[in-house]
Structure formats: C-alpha cells, structure tokens
Design a protein around this ligand. Structure first.
Ligand SMILES: [Zn+2]
Length: 500
C-alpha cells in the first residue's frame, strides 16, 4: 500500500515524515522509535509507553503470540490493542528472528500474515530470511530469492487495511541490497525493514550498517519508509537517520536493563561503574547510582528500562529538532566523537555525500565547521558543483584577504568551500562558522574547489592569495593558477582581514 508515507522536512538524507496507519487511524511521526513489547514480559506497561514516553507505535512478536497457548486465544478474541492496552499503532514481527536463531519455525508466510491480521496488527510482517553479514554470495542470493518469493505471496494475502512490511535482505552485498530494495518497492507493500543488521550493530560495524542502508535506499528510492530492524541503541540513531532511516525498534531498553546496563547517547555504561548518573530523566534526577543498585532485581530492571527509554526518546526528539534546524550532520559529528566505530560510520556516510546532497536543503540556518569530516559534507560538494556554473571574467584573484584593484575581480576563498564571488558571501552555506585554526582536510577541499573553478573556465587567469595553506592543499591547485602568499601582496590589500 503506497501513499501512506509523506515526507515533511529533510536534512542530509534524514527526514521528518508522517506514516499514516489506516487500520488504527493513527499517524506516526517519523523518525519513530518502536519499543519492543515481549507479550510475556512487560517490563513497562504499553499504556505507560504511550502516556509517559510518547510512544506512537510499538512492535510485538506475532509469532510468539501465535505459538503461545495462553495468549493466542486472548489476542484473537479481544485483539492486540486491548490485549496490550495500547491505542497507537502496533507492528508485529513474524518469527524471522526465531528462524535465524533456531533454524526453523512452524508457520508459512500466508498463515502468519493472516494471524497478524486476525489479531488486529496495524503493520504485519511476512517471513523473510535474515542472511547474516559476510555470508557466501551463493547463500545470500539463494536466500534473497526465497525472501522475494515470500513477498510476492504476501501481496496476495487478504489483509485489509493492515500495512505489510517488505523486508530488504542481501547480507553485506550492496548490489543485492539495492536489487532487494527495488524489488521490495515494486511489490507495493508499505514499509521496508532493512534486515539482518543486528550482527553488524552488535559488532559495532556502523560503517557496514551505513553501506547496507545506503544500498537498500538506492533501490527503494527516497519516498519509501525505512525501518532499520534491530537498531535500538540511541548512540547511533542520529547517524542512521542521516542515512535515511525512519523507524527504529528498541528491545535494547529492556534487554540492557536486565543486565544492569545504562544507555547513553555516547555508549553503554555498567550501573556498577557509575558514581553519578549523567542524565536529566526523572529516574536519574530522583536516584543515585547506589540507590538504584540497592533496589530489588525487578525494580532495578524497571528503573533502568525507564531511563533507557527516556534517553532513546530524547535522542529522537533532538534529532527531529536538528532536522528542522538543518544541523543534523552537526549532531552526527558530535555523536561520531563518542566512539571510533561511530566515526567510521560517519565517514562511510560522507562517502555517499553525492546522494545526501540530493535531499539536503539548499538553505539552512548556518553551517558549523566542527571537524575534518565537515569538509566532506554535502554542502561543500554542492558549492563545488555550483562553481562550474559561475562566470568569472578577466584576471581573477582568489584571496583570503580583501579586494585588490589590480585584478578584474577579487573573489573570496574560505576553506573548506573554496572560491566564490563576494556577493555570495551572505548566502548559505558560505555564511559558515569556520574555526580560525582549521584542518588540512578543509584546505584541501578548498583547493579542490579552486580546481573545479579553473577547469570549467580554461580561458580565465587565476591567482590564489592564501594565508599559510599546507603543501598538501597547494599541491592540489592546478599549475596554471598562480599562487602567492597573502603577506607578499601589496600593503593596501592586507587591511581588510574580514574580506568584506
Ligand atoms: Zn536517566
């Protein structure tokens, strides 16, 4: 069922969207976190997830319900919303996880979809095969083919207004993920989980997570709602959203709590190691670590689960606000400083700056240059593309100093963007806040901009007047551009340090 997802605001490949869930008549704002509710173990009551944490959607396991003697009949008679006491949208999983864990399950795709429909699920899931990372190519292709057959069957099952997931598999093969995305989109099913990411997430292989998401999205197209299945750690939400993920599911809030693990946006802490609680949630404001440790096992687990949920929902609110403000990548940069694997993930994302650039808005509040990675942001790339369309005339000075009447035109040069005519100084992203002590990558990016300008204007003479650029950047400047240190220019040219 297409047409249920509407994009509102974008930043990088991240977006705020609206997922209409017709069966329960609710609209879920994305990016959204779906707490995983184990039908047997309700660490936090679903009604509290809704009223206290703002959960608009949750996920529970349709397969476990179907196999449970006590819950199956209850789910069929009163329906899932009454059974769980939750009025938002409910997604159900199919047992694919159990299939991956235990090797076999006792149900077919039409049977489990019909069951999910009968118990009142809003979004159901067929049984796909989650091929693990680094599987052999033959296995990945064979299992993907089986998954695709099941998606074809799924679309023939009568499921009324229930939306149906079309999982995207393909192991760590980008071309298979892309083909899987294209096929899944072609089924006309509604929501698109990128599957089998959990082993990558558990191994902190965030760069590989970005590669499979990006590949899947190449096939799915920008308009498809994407669920990064199994991603529940708030430290990577910003990165995954910036890559274009819309839905997350957290079993982590409860599973980590059971092991006395305390989630933060920078990683995971053991409660035993904490002398202070670095968080503003109601649990952490009201307790010391020692008080939490002194609670009974059940109470401690519930308290930690609540903290874990507060942190996770707060991070999603922060992400949505960043999308609105247009500084999502600055949030990702901050998160990338929390763990080296996150930095790998951010760098992998920037490898796809060309794709990010397509959805990145042309104008935002401000560009903060915060790290060497900032030089690879889509805004820099877009400026370099724009340089090919500008028309310099005569002998053009590209300078970090003021205007110089000896040249026909004096353009400004600002790392990492490179050159631009002065009249563009007040346009985004050239209004950027750039550190005084910038980095080598930033100068190199500016030099690449000069190259783009020189190559697209072969008949124009250029001179670069720079303030102590490193050799690695100057080496990138084409030979036909004259290079002079700014301090060697005439005295009257050095007055204006602001370049205005
Ligand atoms: Zn807290």
């Amino acid at each position: 069922m297409s047409g249920v997802f509407e994009l509102r605001t974008t930043d990088a490949a991240g977006r705020i969207g609206k997922l209409a869930v017709p069966r329960s008549g609710v609209t879920v704002e994305t990016p959204a976190l779906m707490p995983v509710v184990n039908p047997h173990v309700r660490t936090i009551a679903p009604s509290r997830l809704e009223s206290e944490f703002g959960a608009e959607i949750l996920i529970t396991n349709g397969y476990i319900l179907s196999q449970s003697d006590d819950l199956r009949e209850a789910a069929l008679s009163v329906g899932l919303h009454d059974l769980l006491d939750f009025s938002g949208a409910i997604m159900t999983d199919s047992g694919s996880f159990q299939l991956a864990e235990y090797g076999e399950i006792d149900v077919t795709t039409p049977e489990i979809l019909e069951f999910q429909y009968e118990i009142g699920a809003d979004i159901g899931t067929p049984i796909d095969i989650p091929t693990p990372p680094d599987a052999g190519r033959d296995q990945a292709e064979r299992e993907l083919s089986t998954t695709q057959d099941r998606l074809e069957r799924a679309r023939t099952v009568e499921t009324g207004e229930m939306l149906v997931n079309a999982p995207v598999q393909g192991s760590t093969y980008p071309d298979l993920r892309e083909n899987a995305g294209r096929h899944a989109r072609g089924t006309g099913l509604a929501v698109f989980p990128v599957g089998a990411a959990v082993p990558l997430l558990n191994a902190y292989r965030y760069d590989d997570v970005i590669e499979i998401v990006t590949a899947a999205k190449r096939g799915l197209g920008a308009g498809a709602p994407v669920h990064l299945f199994g991603a529940g750690h708030p430290m990577m939400f910003a990165l995954a959203v910036a890559a274009g993920c819309d839905l997350f599911d957290s079993a982590a809030y409860a599973l980590y709590a059971r092991d006395d693990r305390y989630l933060t946006v920078r990683g995971t802490e053991q409660l035993a190691d904490l002398d202070y609680l670095p968080c503003e949630c109601p649990i952490c404001v009201a307790h010391t670590p020692g008080e939490l440790r002194a609670l009974s096992d059940d109470e401690r687990e519930r308290h930690l689960a609540e903290h874990n949920l507060h942190v996770s929902f707060a991070e999603l609110r922060r992400i949505k606000q960043a999308i609105r403000r247009g500084n999502l990548l600055e949030l990702v940069e901050a998160r990338a400083r929390g763990h080296p694997a996150m930095l790998d993930g951010y760098r992998a994302l920037l490898d796809h700056a060309d794709r990010l650039e397509r959805s990145d808005p042309a104008s935002k509040d401000a560009f903060f240059h915060l790290s060497a990675e900032s030089a690879r942001r889509p805004e820099v790339r877009r400026h370099h593309d724009r340089l090919e369309r500008l028309a310099p005339a005569g002998h053009v000075l590209l300078t970090e100093g003021g205007e110089n009447s000896q040249y026909d035109e004096s353009w400004r040069v600002v790392p990492p963007f490179g050159p631009f005519p002065r009249h563009l100084s007040e346009t985004y992203p050239l209004t950027a806040e750039v550190p005084e002590r910038t980095d080598r990558e930033s100068y190199e990016a500016a030099a690449s901009g000069i190259t783009r300008l020189a190559e697209s204007n072969p008949d124009i003479a250029f001179t670069l007047a720079h303030r102590g650029w490193p050799a690695s950047a100057l080496d990138r400047v084409p030979d036909r551009v004259s290079v002079v240190p700014l301090e060697s220019m005439d005295e009257y040219d050095r007055d204006d340090q602001t370049g205005q």
